[in-house]
Design a protein around this ligand. Sequence first.
Ligand code: NAD
Ligand code: ZN
Length: 365
Amino acid sequence: MNENGLLTVEVALADSPYPVWIGDGLLARGGEKIRSVFSGSKVAVVSDANVAPLYAETVLASLRAAGMEPTLIVVAAGETAKRLEVVGEVCDAMIRAGLDRSSLLVALGGGVVGDLAGFVAAIYYRGIPFVQIPTTVVAQVDSSVGGKTGVNAPGGKNLLGAFHHPVAVLADPVTLRTLPAREFNEGVAEIIKHAAIRDPDMLDGLDPAARTGLAPLIARNVAIKARIVAADEREITGERALLNFGHTVGHGVEQAAGYGELLHGEAVSIGLHAALRLSVSRAGLPPVEAERVLAALAAFRLPIHLPAGLSTDAIMAALERDKKFHAGRVRFVLLEGLGRATLSSAVTLKDIRETVEALKMPDAP
Ligand SMILES: NC(=O)c1ccc[n+]([C@@H]2O[C@H](COP(=O)([O-])OP(=O)(O)OC[C@H]3O[C@@H](n4cnc5c(N)ncnc54)[C@H](O)[C@@H]3O)[C@@H](O)[C@H]2O)c1
Ligand SMILES: [Zn+2]
């Protein structure tokens, strides 16, 4: 759908459907678009220390122009902001600014800001509406859609949270031009995942040098995630689990490497390699199709082999802590063909161990 140069993807939830608007320069029109879903006046704009200096003023000015009264709340950049203490600080700042149940929260930033601010919106006055303005590839194609919000606990990532859907998502691909290349590429790992499970033709259009004209690509990915989320909002039928393609081994690698060593998308890229190999051996994925996905990952300089010094034992230990195994088996997302993902119980721990072993650099000991 195209309206005033904007692409719109509808997230068709039964109770609370919402639009995702995607378009170049949308940030400056944020106030006008938000006005169409919010009739109150007080707004908290939560952002981080990297994003706020770049984009907050544009958003604040457009909210003011649309008759709203915004307050900017800036948290530290990076995963450490996803903590309960920071939730408390943001809530305190909102109380001081006089926001109440009739107010709106706007999350302006990457997945960290979206998860944190979304969780604040879920609990503030027992829940207020919020709008996501995602500024990373990860946030535009993945985390801003789906309603999962939350923070980390000392014992693990994303352990504290709530389902709380935004009332609208505004994605402006122009903001991605200031994203460091490594962060841009890690987001593409999720795009390649979407292509593998639902939309293989998307692989042909991926250009590692492109930083303009990205709106159709973002919209195509949002549509994939939106369709899966709408079909299985609370992860009951198993459909939503298909989004975990590459993530079982990916999480194991991410944890074993130590958080911060590999970016999430980089670990997922290695996990996609594992899942592709298992798909070939256990689900009949043609090897040429697996190669096509691996070539796309390589084009974005995403790793597909294990970093030196990371042992199979450490990865398996992390993976077994992370996932529930029943009699040595785990539900694993496999591809029968590109675009055809299924949840399988054909994969054993032994299969995974052998596959992880095969992910070492070809010349590693
Ligand atoms: N809720 C979900 O469904 C879901 C899905 C995937 C990931 N996540 C969460 O998302 C988080 C990761 O998100 P992320 O990868 O966006 O990380 P992030 O929010 O930390 O952003 C990455 C870095 O880029 C900076 N940045 C953001 N936008 C920028 C821009 N336009 N220009 C320059 N710098 C910019 C940030 O300040 C940060 O330093 C994790 O906490 C993860 O758990 C949630
Ligand atoms: Zn992921």
